[in-house]
Design a binder for this molecule. Structure first.
Ligand SMILES: [Zn+2]
Length: 257
């Protein structure tokens, strides 16, 4: 019934209790999980997991803070991985100016390179944007990312900008903050935007929803996010979940069943 479109089962924090984490999710009705890479190693791991489990799909990509010494080699490997059958997206890619491990120029080069790869392989993008709303938008627009669209991961921008993203064929990833008392921004987006453009994600092991803030997040908690989304939209949980299923299918297309 539920889909977690953004989970880091490839992160060491979740690898330790892997079977338990998976089983807990299946028990509450999570049907599909998209494991998202953030560097070359975790992208490989995402593909391995997708090959191993029916209900797992992979996204491969280099997160803006992880690209420091990457050369053509890493990008060639990324292209090979992205061509595998169960790889449904390029991600997570984008900008992150909260940390300073990489410069703005390095991040821009890596981002554009991966947007071009997504267009070449006709794969949607999963976008990470932190402290960079305007530049993320401008970069996606300038490089015609609307050709592939994708998901704005854990969308934290305004309702106005959300509407601009919809025009560019992006959907909005709704995550744990929608359950927070101070999560007004994300709540407003869910209320204002048609359910046809919203998807659910946990970003586990990060962004744990209420009432479990402070604990390690797991894909089973996607239920709490869909519950809150349904409440905000004034529809049933099953109706919200069905919308999300349809949206995910539309975004990921043929490589996702
Ligand atoms: Zn993530």
């Amino acid at each position: 019934m539920f889909i977690d479109t953004h989970v880091h089962l490839n992160n060491p924090q979740l690898e330790a209790n892997f079977e338990q984490v998976i089983n807990d999710a299946l028990m509450v009705g999570v049907e599909k999980m998209i494991v998202v890479g953030y560097d070359l190693e975790t992208s490989k791991k995402a593909v391995e997991l997708a090959n191993q489990y029916d209900f797992i799909y992979a996204a491969v990509g280099f997160h803006p803070t992880e690209i420091k010494n990457y050369t053509d080699d890493e990008y060639q490997n990324l292209e090979l991985l992205a061509s595998m059958p169960k790889v449904v997206a390029i991600g997570e890619v984008g900008f992150d100016f909260h940390w300073d491990t990489t410069t703005k120029e390095e991040q821009l080069t890596a981002f554009v390179r991966q947007i071009e790869l997504a267009k070449k392989l006709k794969l949607p993008l999963i976008i990470h944007s932190r402290d960079a709303h305007q530049l993320t938008f401008e970069t996606l627009k300038k490089h015609n990312a609307s050709k592939v669209g994708g998901i704005m991961h854990s969308y934290s921008g305004s309702v106005e900008m959300a509407k601009e993203y919809l025009k560019m064929h992006f959907c909005l990833g709704i995550s744990g903050p929608v359950t927070f008392k101070n999560g007004k921004n994300m709540k407003d987006v869910v209320k204002a935007i048609d359910a046809k453009y919203l998807v659910s994600e946990t970003d586990s092991p990060y962004l744990t929803p209420e009432p479990y803030r402070g604990q390690i997040n797991g894909p089973k908690n996607v239920l709490l996010i869909v519950e809150e989304m349904a409440k905000l939209k004034g529809i049933s949980i099953s109706e919200m979940a069905q919308n999300i299923k349809d949206n995910v299918k539309r975004i990921f297309g043929d490589k996702y069943e």
